[in-house]
Design a protein around this ligand. Structure first.
Ligand SMILES: [Zn+2]
Length: 155
């Protein structure tokens, strides 16, 4: 079976975006019991550490849940390391913004992947949106140089 690089990137990006949404949901649920999250500021240092630990826990729980189901083990370890690093640095703001940044970054990759096309002439996959237009609605294929429209058809 032939799977294009573009569709593979897109599939991963969608899965990661879903994990980002799960992070956001977990954070919103926690926010109901921990109103300080909404303010992004905890003055009492002891309470701040407590809130940081609570956020890190719910995010790490999400990672555990999706590990092996949509999130490869090596990627899961990477995400865990980022969360634990924020926790160790007692970075409340970093932890609060992490789910949103994570989801946004991957959503952006889905949009980028949507701009990947496969040249109908030479079957090369390339980022259509990242290349200059050489004719109305067409860019040059980086491999064969043919003018290719947004669907990948050599025109
Ligand atoms: Zn081509």
């Amino acid at each position: 079976m032939y799977i294009s690089i573009a569709s593979l990137i897109r599939k991963i990006a969608i899965e990661m975006t879903n994990i980002g949404e799960a992070f956001i949901k977990a954070m919103k649920d926690l926010e109901k019991n921990v109103p300080e999250i909404k303010h992004g500021l905890v003055k009492d240092p002891a309470r701040k550490s407590e809130v940081v630990d609570m956020i890190a826990k719910v995010l790490l729980d999400v990672v555990q849940k999706v590990k092996g189901h949509g999130l490869a083990a090596d990627k899961a370890a990477e995400v865990e390391a980022v969360i634990k690093n924020l926790q160790n640095r007692n970075d409340l703001k970093g932890l609060i913004s992490y789910p949103f940044n994570f989801a946004m970054a991957w959503k952006h990759k889905v949009i980028q992947a949507d701009m990947m096309v496969i040249c109908s002439n030479c079957k090369t996959s390339f980022d259509w949106g990242g290349r200059p237009e050489i004719a109305m609605g067409a860019v040059a294929c980086p491999k064969c140089g043919k003018a290719v429209d947004q669907k990948g058809n050599a025109v």
